[in-house]
Design a protein around this ligand. Structure first.
Ligand code: ZN
Length: 695
């Protein structure tokens, strides 16, 4: 897939996008950017805070849902947001206390809000909101406030003390001492997750998964004793609990109704039980019932049963992830952070993918690969694209753009998994980058910029569809030849990605896509070619540190393809390298010839795969896909840095508003996009603060 950085097998996260926005206004206290779905001028980008961009996304297709589906979505939306507090407490035990204190100030401070100090206070608060705690969501370090402890104390002193989250019997002085120490003393909990192998990971990580005095050795021994190593179907040991020391013994405090985080889980279950009553079909109903049973009992066997039922629920329009899922925040990778991702099927993408898939045989028959490597009976792979309705917990505001679950290996092997692309999130990223200085910086030609703005994001989507549905499905291996993993070894995935990209590229400048109605003109193909060449030869280098070579399979494949066609087309000047004012550009001069070159390389890579020709595969990847032009890399990093694009992005969620009749029945659900980031955070705090400050 394009633009995806694969961090682990279950999540793709965009850590730094290839594009971004420079013309950003800070909308700190202007909370009136009203937008509705009908509005064509939807603002995807709202504001930039420190190293963060705050974006928004829409839910196309929502209004086409049936009444019962809308009810279901609404209940699951509430269930998602009901768990929001959990991740705050999981990330650090003082997080809820600090958040509630910051929010009390934002809501009630009556002093001057125009001062530099107050602006710095708001920046800090927004960074905390974005990270679900006082540690950076990605880099894990603790935020250092840019305002002084004295100023913060003044803010607090000016407030009615009843607005502050004081513990029972805690004096204001004790509270003040505690919170300022935690926020300002950089020696306290400096890292959320510490992965420095020279120190005690569990004891030195601020996450609230183990009592503070528990060491890595103790925690590991505790689980070693528990785990049955001969079990072919092991539960996810430790996934839903905190390890505490009680009377000298370690034990688990389980996250369930009646256990830790009960108050939030009760709300989640309340809404899930309503969702069960309007489930779309028996499979979905069974999955939701098992999820409820799991939240009630905390039984991890039930969680496995839930996952199996969930994997089998493939026909529903509405789908949801809700639970303790990813374990990245635990230095021992056992404890699941709460998250929920609620989605509906992407109807447009589904139609488009179906259309493309129905011509799979035509694409195969007309492909430039050798006839002997063509499949006689090819069916397109069904790539799944979903439309996100709301995200919460660990998946919000920073979000994955692809999800592949469940995480349990034996369930994946025996029962399968679901792999989806978050279509409207990817689209929002793309749209937000439109106003960026990125294209101006890296394109020499106004025509190219115009084309990219007009056709670029859709051609990107089409590229992904063709890559997934047709590309990976095409071609066959010669009889008697082993699978590419065996024959092509470490070059297999780069060559496979190159093959899929080349199938997509070859047809993106082909009248067939216009003829079958998935593309209006070949202009989309031109935009795709410009983008691919620019990225493969140049701009993707911004993701590498100086001195690094290409490692990741998709990045290797893109340079391999772009560099090969650049070199082979040199005599005809198909792709031209231009220089102006010390800056390098790549320009496509002949799209037709470029298509032919893509076809030639596709034919060769298919041959390599079909014949299992390791030496040729190795030579291609090593010659074209690995080494980085250091001078160009340096230049790209330099140009990118000057664009001043915030490297991380996150999203404001849409708001669902139910329309009720006299019997208090939901008859319709409306979607609003009216929240600013600040409004949304305050709204969530008001509506979904179900946990005590300390748990
Ligand atoms: Zn692929």
């Amino acid at each position: 897939m394009k633009h995806l950085i694969r961090l682990s097998f279950s999540i793709f996260i965009l850590t730094f996008m290839a594009c971004g926005d420079t013309t950003v206004q800070n909308q700190d206290d202007t909370d009136n950017n009203n937008q509705t779905q009908e509005n064509t001028e939807f603002d995807y980008m709202t504001e930039q805070i420190a190293d963060l961009k705050i974006l928004r996304y829409q839910i196309p297709g929502f209004e086409n849902l049936k009444k019962k589906e809308k009810q279901l979505v609404y209940y699951l939306y509430q269930a998602a947001l009901s768990g929001r507090d959990i991740v705050w407490d999981q990330n650090y035990k003082h997080n809820l206390c600090i958040r509630r204190t910051l929010e009390a100030i934002v809501n009630s401070y009556e002093g001057d809000r125009t001062t530099d100090d107050f602006k710095k206070f708001m920046t800090y608060t927004k960074r905390v909101w974005f990270s679900n705690g006082i540690h950076h969501h990605y880099a894990k370090y603790k935020f250092e406030p840019e305002f002084s402890e004295t100023y913060f104390t003044e803010l607090l002193n000016s407030l009615d003390k009843n607005l502050l989250p004081l513990e029972k019997g805690e004096s204001y002085e004790a509270f003040l001492g505690k919170i300022t120490k935690v926020m300002f003393d950089q020696t306290i909990a400096p890292k959320k997750v510490n992965l420095d192998p020279s120190i005690d990971l569990v004891a030195k990580s601020a996450v609230n998964f183990y009592d503070e005095d528990i060491t890595t050795k103790e925690a590991e021994a505790f689980y070693d004793k528990m785990i049955d190593k001969g079990d072919p179907n092991p539960i996810s040991y430790g996934l839903n609990s905190k390890v505490v020391r009680e009377g000298g013994q370690l034990k688990e405090k389980v996250w369930k109704i009646g256990g830790m985080y009960s108050k939030a889980i009760e709300k989640i279950v309340f809404w899930l039980e309503k969702a069960v009553t309007v489930a779309e079909n028996p499979n979905q109903k069974r999955a939701l019932e098992k999820l409820v049973a799991y939240y009630k009992s905390g039984d991890l066997k039930m969680f496995d049963e839930y996952n199996i039922a969930w994997v089998n629920d493939v026909n529903s329009v509405v789908d949801v992830v809700n639970g303790f899922i990813e374990t990245y925040e635990d230095p021992l990778s056992k404890k699941g952070s709460f998250e929920s991702v609620l989605s509906i099927r992407d109807f447009e993408a589904s139609k488009r993918i179906q259309k493309i898939g129905s011509f799979a045989q035509w694409f195969e028959d007309n492909s430039p690969i050798s006839d002997e490597h063509k499949k006689e009976n090819v069916t397109g792979i069904s790539a799944k694209v979903i439309t996100v309705v709301v995200e919460s917990g660990d998946a919000s505001p920073s979000t994955p753009i692809g999800i592949n679950l469940p995480n349990s290996n034996w369930i994946r092997e025996k029962h399968g998994s679901k792999s989806v692309q978050l279509g409207n999130i990817v689209h929002a990223y793309d749209m937000a980058s439109k106003g960026s200085g990125f294209l101006q910086e890296f394109c020499i030609d106004e025509e190219e910029i115009k084309r990219s703005k007009e056709f670029g994001s859709y051609s990107d989507v089409l590229h992904t569809d063709m890559h997934e549905v047709i590309g990976h499905a095409s071609g066959k291996i010669n009889e008697g030849i082993s699978s590419p993993d065996v024959t092509l070894k470490n070059y297999a995935s780069t060559l496979e990605e190159a093959r899929a990209d080349l199938v997509a590229l070859y047809y993106l400048y082909d009248e067939k896509l216009v003829e079958i109605g998935v593309m209006e003109s070949l202009e989309y193909g031109k935009a795709a070619y410009d983008d691919y060449i620019r990225n493969g030869l140049m701009t993707q280098l911004m993701r590498l540190e100086l001195g690094e070579d290409l490692e990741e399979a998709h990045m290797r494949n893109r340079q391999l393809v772009a560099k090969w066609v650049y070199e082979k087309g040199m005599d005809d000047n198909v792709v031209e390298k231009k220089e102006k004012d010390g800056k390098t550009y790549f320009v496509v001069n002949d799209y037709g010839k470029l298509k032919t070159l893509f076809g030639e390389l596709l034919k060769e890579i298919q041959r390599i795969k079909s014949e299992g020709d390791y030496d040729s595969g190795k030579a291609l990847v090593e010659d074209y896909g690995v080494k980085v032009d250091r001078q160009l890399h340096n230049e790209v990093l330099d140009r990118y840095e000057k664009l001043n694009i915030a490297p991380y992005s996150g999203f404001i969620n849409p708001i669902l508003v139910p329309v009720m009749n006299d019997q208090d029945e939901i008859v319709d659900v409306k979607v609003e996009y009216t929240h600013s980031f600040k409004e949304q955070m305050l709204y969530y705090a008001k509506e979904y603060s179900f946990l005590p400050t300390y748990n």
